[in-house]
Design a protein around this ligand. Structure first.
Ligand code: DOR
Ligand code: ZN
Length: 363
């Protein structure tokens, strides 16, 4: 094709769902994300989890200290909701100006979720405070009931819990994180309430790997642990609904990589960890998905406008350039004293972010 665009310049994007980990990992994870994104909502599922504002501020300082000189990357912190979170913590979090959401992990749903919420009735007071303060609830939407098929856990969570949260806290801002099913898309589409600023009260993040892959990717020619994440990849019909939603231009759907680094050995194990690492090449992966759908023109809204609008933050002023250029995702990257395998390792991508300083401008 001759008339294909060779470059695509968009507003500098943000990542509205990211795992940076802590300690020595930050020396890798922070520069990787900062090379692609201006800001990121940073998940609190550390060991031990980030449960209060003081811990969030300390974690934020460690992230800022891991930036390369000249980087203006901004971590937007979150708290980890537990059965014992005091409702008064929400006002403290809001007043800090550094905490932008509170994450609900149903206990046992995923990596480091042991301290999560065992019964939503235990957090009603906190949810009330969040509704009052305008503090978003970020939801890992899966039931943990072992009787429920792992592929159905998101749909059942929506039915059993999310409908009730929406009904009981109609003014609460909610992000359904890393959605994977048509049920989640339908739930978001059916809830169009707005906050006082006219921004949606309910939004959803979508990962690049859920836009690009169905569950077949986990079993292509053998067991592929680097495609295992939670919520797990679903069947192709769901992937197509997600791609449709992401490319629709509806501001309730926005970018969240859920890039979740685990050392190679922790994934290639007899009980491997859940998580796909995509921070290195997130924007390129999203561009690949949007191009497949013939909607590259909708990438900018999804990646750089809608999330900021949802959170009531200014859109970034800088711009970033993607160039059409075939390149191969590395098979492995150095990560602390070990290595990490990026999602789609060894595959060819067709877009590449221009290096900062070339065309990317800092806001
Ligand atoms: O696959 C996942 N990995 N899903 C999550 O919800 C957590 C994440 C992690 O922290 O590794
Ligand atoms: Zn996550």
């Amino acid at each position: 094709m001759q008339d294909q665009a060779q470059t695509l310049t968009i507003t500098r994007p943000d990542d509205w769902h990211l795992h940076l980990r802590d300690g020595a990992a930050l020396a890798s994870t922070v520069p990787w994300s900062a090379a692609q994104f201006a800001r990121a909502i940073v998940m609190p599922n550390l060991k031990p989890p980030v449960v209060d504002t003081a811990q969030a501020l300390e974690y934020r300082a460690r992230i800022l200290a891991a930036r390369v000189p000249g980087s203006d990357f901004q971590p937007l912190m979150t708290l980890y909701l537990t059965d014992r979170t005091p409702p008064q913590e929400i006002a403290r979090a809001k007043a800090s100006g550094a905490v932008f959401g509170v994450k609900l992990y149903p206990a046992g749903a995923t990596t480091n979720s042991d301290s999560g919420v065992t019964d939503l009735r235990n957090v009603h007071g906190v949810l009330e405070a969040m509704q009052r303060e305008g503090m978003p609830l970020l939801v890992h939407g899966e039931v943990t009931d072992s009787q429920v098929d792992v592929f159905d856990r998101e749909a059942v969570f929506i039915e059993r819990h999310l409908q009730a949260i929406r009904r009981d806290f109609p003014g609460l801002k909610i992000v359904l994180e890393h959605i994977t099913t048509s049920h989640a898309v339908d739930f978001v589409l059916a809830n169009d309430a707005r906050d006082a600023r006219g921004a949606p009260l309910l939004g959803a993040t979508i990962t690049a790997h859920h836009l690009l892959h169905s569950r077949n990717a986990m079993f292509r020619g053998g067991l592929r642990p680097h495609y295992y994440c939670l919520p797990v990849l679903k069947r192709e019909t769901h992937r197509l609904r997600l791609l449709d939603a992401a490319c629709s231009g509806d501001p309730r759907f926005f970018l969240g990589t859920d890039s979740a680094p685990h050392a190679r050995g922790a994934k290639e194990a007899d009980c491997g960890c859940a998580g796909c690492f995509s921070a290195l090449h997130a924007l390129e992966l999203y561009a690949q998905a949007f191009e497949q759908a013939g909607r590259l023109d909708r990438l900018e809204g999804f990646a750089a406008h809608f999330g900021a609008d949802f959170y009531g933050l200014p859109r970034n002023a800088g711009r970033v350039e993607l160039r059409r250029q075939a390149w191969t995702v590395p098979l492995s990257l150095d990560y602390m004293d070990t290595s990490i395998v990026p999602v789609d390792a060894g595959e060819t991508l067709h877009w590449r972010v221009a290096p900062a300083g070339a065309a990317a401008t800092q806001a």
